[in-house]
Design a protein around this ligand. Structure first.
Ligand SMILES: Cc1ncc(C[n+]2csc(CCOP(=O)(O)OP(=O)(O)O)c2C)c(N)n1
Length: 898
């Protein structure tokens, strides 16, 4: 055990205060008296006005003074402002204690059985009371019968999941067998139980969790965009969300994530008073203190105030009220304000006696304050985040607050109640071993009605159904509309228009007009937006790239969403494409925040479940800034079973020519292929794109399948072909034979030789060119347009799995069938790394040489022709590969370009 540090090591000196020493105490006292009498006579509003007035005067006189952002280290809500606690304190505390026990037992049992399973106790120990006040008084469930409250959205701190399961057990939503299979999602079902996910995962527990939070930072940013999306739905008259709130409980360590911070000003700018964050400030993260040498709560207070949030600090429990009331000269609040978090953690880990000696022993004033308290009482002094009354007062104030989002900085102890075993310990985050004495101490600390043997056996405890505690538990939830968390999926299907109504130009192209697939996409989107049923459900999302993708015409057509309309006359007013912001605007223009834009996409793509109203988001972006930039957010999106389209525009490493290394995407199809519910396509022609869009919309909106689509589109203009008969199904399965080029020359001559060329996206044009050249050279060439490498690979893998499992499976992999009908060696070329076409190698028929060409390496800026030559994916390189594979030797290198 460390020896206590000398006081000067962890208290700051009053040197700063001395620098501002009072030159005229008499005058100071007159000003103070004047202010206090104003406050007494005319109240706080007038006092605030006067301070503002003085501030204005000071600014006009260029006196460099700003009010300090932070406030003293005390509760924001004064005792006299505290709303009365409406619940039964004793029952709520005893229920909370039972949940703490069951959560602890669940983690310890899992680890006793299988030491490798892991699990956490200390985070929930600190968050339990924060959750319970929400569950008993604030978190509304969705009334699916209609008419009632449409439900709040609650984000739970991930490592506290055991506590949420423990509550669901008492509520009868999970049973003992489920709790016995915590973190055993494969074993559980074999034993007639649900395996409980480690963290909130809607994919794995689709009727339970709504929002995945296990990856730090994703919960915070998602909660902001969900709150904003609720405003969007309300302003557009689609769903009235005006009574609903988003609550998020997050960690103080988690606040360091860029995602946690990046949208704070958006929440304030949008006045999201439907959003409440509760930051569980237990002052610890995984390795140690969040800010050992300063105070995270001070830092967060200033940060959130600066960003425009309403900040409520809930630092000290009710048993401190008496101490503060007797703190006449501010000794207590000074001492607290001078204690850095590392030391505060040490105080949390030590007993009452230590705290008397080392905290209250700092000076005579503090000693006097503690005189009436026993060591045990000092030990039990609660931090604000463990006092149901204080938490309730903060939540009530937050729920009432208008015009701003609120953050509650709740001071807690990590491992609260874990005693010697873990409270405030450096190692507490992953602590999951308790000896018998620790468990007995835990039982006594929380007054649990368990015998020694029950404690020893880590028995779960549930009071009888008709006990006052259980009746209270259910009554509270009934009052709030039902149980939480709960994920619903019942949304009405949305009719999708016939493809011909918006995509005829693509399916019947006569090849006379050149265009890019991005242009084709935008044209179809514009037409879909006009459809009476589907149009209003579409949510176009951009991150400051609408003009890049030729979408400026949509600004006027459907408007850009703005919660305040348009308060300025746009510079381009009167032009046919003018910049139009409107309260019922449809486009979400997220500015330069891919993390924000994808979070908006998730909010819209999960609206069918979160709001019972299906929406169809299209987020269109530079494909390089998708999976690579916000891959973890897309992974978390997949966990939520989203339905919508991600459009990776200007994709490929040579097609977006001039932009160079950082913009050229050669890998997004690799990432997309790893996400099981993501269907990824790389169409070359507008007609292929149309077929894919049509199928995707039907799959997601009509059949209501839990899939989402990733489609790459390009900015290269070329002529487009019409949709051939009977290829739609093959387009969706991943590829079809686009053309067969017979060899020039006499039958039986060179024409006997042939090759098969595969290409996707914009590189298909090079493949087609190569096929023509080869045919002219007397080599027959079949061209396959590959629309989805990953769908082909998945189909192949499913055949293999069936084979390995000894299941009879009809036929062969789809790609094997396509290639069986073709000739010669197979050459594949794409604008992506070679691993993309390599993904189907296992399904190429035996004896068939398979050569892949791709854009491995760093991108460059130059013309498309130069880049394709550089990466060896142009027609020349494809012809060369064909010749080499046919044993005709390498083609002489082309003459250098001028
Ligand atoms: C993106 C990401 N990085 C790292 C982790 C690993 N991790 C899990 S919990 C944790 C510490 C959390 O600290 P805090 O937010 O303060 O919550 P507490 O458990 O202390 O309440 C870390 C680093 C993670 N889950 N996600």
């Amino acid at each position: 055990m460390n020896a206590p540090l000398p006081l000067q090591h962890w208290t700051t000196t009053r040197a700063d205060a001395d620098a501002d020493a009072d030159a005229d105490p008499q005058e100071t006292s007159e000003w103070r008296d004047a202010f206090l009498s104003l406050l007494q006579a005319h109240g706080p509003q007038r006092a605030r006005f006067m301070l503002d007035e003085l501030h204005r005067l000071a600014s006009r006189a260029h006196i460099a003074w700003k009010p300090p952002m932070g406030t003293p280290y005390v509760n924001t809500i004064a005792l006299r402002q505290q709303a009365p606690f409406p619940g039964d304190l004793a029952l709520e505390e005893s229920l909370g204690a039972i949940m703490r026990w069951n959560a602890l037992a669940m983690v310890l049992r899992a680890n006793a059985a299988y030491g490798e399973l892991g699990g956490h106790i200390a985070s929930y120990a600190s968050a339990a009371d924060l959750f319970e006040v929400g569950f008993n008084h604030f978190f509304h469930a969705r009334d699916t019968t209609g008419g009632g409250h449409a439900g709040d959205l609650v984000f739970f701190q991930p490592h506290s999941a055991p506590g949420v399961y423990a509550r669901a057990f008492l509520e009868g939503r999970l049973d003992q067998a489920d709790l016995e299979h915590y973190r055993q999602e494969l074993r559980g079902p074999r034993h007639g139980a649900r395996g409980l996910s480690s963290y909130p995962h809607p994919y794995l527990m689709p009727d339970f969790w709504q929002f995945p939070t296990g990856s730090m930072g994703i919960g915070p940013i998602s909660s902001i965009y969900q709150a904003r999306f609720m405003r969007y739905l309300t302003h557009r008259g689609l769903v009235d969300c005006s009574r609903r709130k988003v609550w998020g409980v997050f960690g103080d360590g988690e606040m360091d994530e860029p995602e946690s911070m990046s949208a704070l000003t958006l929440a304030a700018r949008e006045g999201l008073d439907n959003l409440v964050w509760v930051v569980n400030c237990n002052l610890q993260r995984l390795d140690g203190p969040v800010r050992g040498n300063s105070r995270i709560i001070d830092e967060l207070e200033k940060l959130f105030l600066g960003a425009g949030w309403n900040v409520i600090k809930t630092l000290w429990g009710s048993d401190w009220d008496g101490l503060f009331a007797r703190d006449y000269n501010g000794a207590l609040s000074h001492a607290l304000s001078d204690t850095v978090d590392g030391q505060m953690q040490t105080f949390a880990a030590k007993d009452g006696r230590f705290n008397r000696e080392h905290f209250f022993g700092q000076n005579e004033d503090l000693e006097r304050l503690a005189e009436g308290l026993s060591d045990e009482q000092i030990d039990l002094l609660r931090r604000g985040g463990h006092d149901l009354v204080k938490i309730h007062a903060a939540y009530a104030a937050a729920a009432r607050h208008q015009g701003q989002p609120t953050v509650i900085l709740a001071h807690t102890k990590k491992g609260y109640g874990m005693g010697e075993a873990g409270q405030g310990r450096m190692t507490t985050h992953s602590q999951k071993k308790f000896d018998h004495a620790d468990l007995l101490a835990f039982r006594d600390r929380f007054k649990l009605p368990l015998t020694d043997a029950q404690v020893q056996g880590l028995e779960f405890y549930k009071p009888p159904g008709d006990s006052p505690a259980m009746r209270y538990l259910h009554e509270r939830r009934e009052k709030l509309g039902g149980y939480l968390p709960a994920r619903q999926t019942g949304a009405a299907a949305v009719p999708v228009p016939e493809l011909a109504s918006y995509g005829r130009f693509a399916t019947h192209s006569d090849g006379s007009r050149e265009m890019s697939t991005t242009m084709a996409f935008v044209r179809m989107l514009g037409a879909l937006l006009k459809d009476a049923a589907l149009g209003p459900r579409i949510v176009p999302i951009v991150a400051d790239e609408a003009r890049t993708f030729g979408m400026a015409n949509l600004f006027k057509q459907v408007g850009i969403y703005s919660s305040v309309g348009q308060r300025y006359e746009p510079e381009d007013i009167g032009s046919i494409l003018n910049y139009r912001e409107a309260m019922d605007g449809q486009i979400l223009e997220e500015g330069i925040s891919e993390a924000g834009a994808i979070s908006s996409w998730v909010a819209a793509a999960t609206s069918y479940s979160v709001h019972g109203a299906a929406m169809l988001p299209f987020y269109i972006y530079y494909s390089m800034f998708g999976f690579q930039r916000v891959g973890d957010l897309i992974w978390a999106a997949a966990d939520q079973r989203p339905r919508g389209f991600l459009i990776g525009a200007t994709s490929g490493r040579t097609t977006l020519a001039g932009e160079g290394l950082q913009h050229q995407d050669g890998t997004s199809h690799l990432w997309a292929a790893t996400i099981p519910n993501c269907k990824a396509y790389d169409p070359a022609f507008a007609c292929e794109l149309a077929v894919i869009l049509d199928r995707g919309m039907r799959e997601m909106l009509v059949e209501q399948q839990d899939v989402f689509y990733y489609i790459t589109t390009m900015n290269e203009n070329y002529a487009h072909t019409a949709l051939a008969e009977d290829v739609s199904d093959a387009i969706l399965r991943g590829g079809y034979r686009y053309a067969r080029h017979e060899a020039a020359g006499a039958a039986g001559g060179p024409a006997a030789r042939g090759v098969t060329l595969l290409g996707s996206g914009a590189i298909l044009t090079e493949v087609i060119k190569a096929a023509r050249e080869l045919a002219a050279m007397g080599i027959a060439a079949d061209v396959l347009s590959i629309t989805s490498w990953s769908e082909l690979a998945r189909d192949g893998a499913s055949h293999l799995s069936a084979r390995l499992a000894g299941e009879p499976r009809q036929g062969q992999p789809f790609i094997a069938g396509l290639l069986a009908a073709c000739r010669g060696p197979v050459i594949a070329a794409t604008d992506y790394v070679r691993l993309v076409p390599e993904s189907i190698r296992a399904y190429v028929p035996d004896g068939c040489e398979y050569i892949t060409l791709g854009t491995d390496g760093f991108g460059r800026s130059d013309t498309r022709a130069e880049l394709r030559r550089f990466f060896n994916v142009d027609a020349e390189a494809i012809v060369n590969a064909a010749l080499v594979s046919l044993g005709q030797g390498k083609r002489p290198p082309p003459a250098p370009r001028p």
